[in-house]
Design a protein around this ligand. Structure first.
Ligand code: ACM
Length: 263
């Protein structure tokens, strides 16, 4: 199975342009599953509630998922990407999984970061895992990386791969945590971060790129640049994530002692 991370540079509010740029980037290579950044079509740095409402869209049925459905149908691939989702009269920081036969699933970011708490409702859906070809894929978004429970829950649900759209501004933090999340759970993890800057408020956000794919030992399979629009694709065997043995007497999941964990 070929998995890719696409490191784009969205322009705030320019949905059509950002979608075209994302598809241009994906078309440079081929993958069975692509991961795009958080808010890859809308931009990230909101300044007013009205902007959040203007750029939010239903999932499915909104312009971004509709465009993804068409791309995935034509290219026979799956894509995970971040979208501000309008639902229940509020807006979620969401990600959609779309495949060759259309929309598959939505994840709503559970651990909101910084200013996101002003604009978005916290995710209200449980973590979930979905079939992508022969692989089982779970979705988490950006800051979810800092909470080991996110990746652990997806691994316990049977994920082989964590698809992780991100808009990271701290250098190298999520790259390190995601390598550990992959190692401790014995799963692949694909983090797609964006590049470029947004200066729409008093605070300039500088996105740190370095999108990566790591294997179930936490080893780096691909790591992109800190500042270029580019994509990276690797071939993985999802079955490698199903053997959780560490030694002949240890198993990463079966050796857990949840009766001693205070949650
Ligand atoms: C983040 O969660 N966008 C850092």
């Amino acid at each position: 199975m070929r998995v890719g991370v696409a490191q784009s540079q969205p322009q705030f509010g320019e949905r059509d342009r950002n979608l075209a740029a994302a598809f241009d980037l994906l078309s440079r290579d081929s993958a069975d599953l692509w991961v795009l950044p958080e808010f890859f079509a809308s931009g990230y740095q909101f300044a007013r509630t009205e902007e959040v409402r203007e750029l939010a869209e239903p999932i499915p049925g909104g312009p971004t998922v509709t465009a993804l459905e068409s791309y995935c149908h034509d290219r026979r691939c799956f894509v995970v990407g971040g979208i501000p989702e309008l639902a229940d009269g509020v807006v979620y920081n969401a990600a959609a999984l779309v495949g060759p036969r259309g929309y598959v699933a939505t994840y709503r970011k559970i651990h909101l970061f910084g200013e996101e708490k002003r604009w978005f409702a916290p995710g209200n859906l449980p973590f979930s895992v979905h079939n992508v070809g022969d692989a089982r894929v779970g979705v988490m978004i950006c800051f979810d990386h800092l909470f080991p429970e996110s990746a652990r829950t997806l691994a316990l649900l049977g994920a082989d791969l964590l698809a992780h759209p991100a808009n990271l501004i701290l250098p190298d933090l999520a790259q390190r945590t995601m390598a550990v999340r992959a190692l401790e759970n014995g799963v692949f993890a694909a983090t797609a971060n964006r590049v470029g800057e947004e200066s729409r408020t008093a605070k300039t956000l500088r996105y740190t790129g370095q999108s990566q794919i790591v294997d179930p030992d936490g080893a780096t399979l691909v790591r992109l640049s800190p500042d270029r629009v580019e994509a990276g694709v690797v071939e993985i065997d999802p079955a490698a994530a199903r053997d959780k043995r560490l030694t002949s007497r240890n198993d990463k999941l079966a050796d857990r002692r949840p009766e001693f964990y205070r949650l």
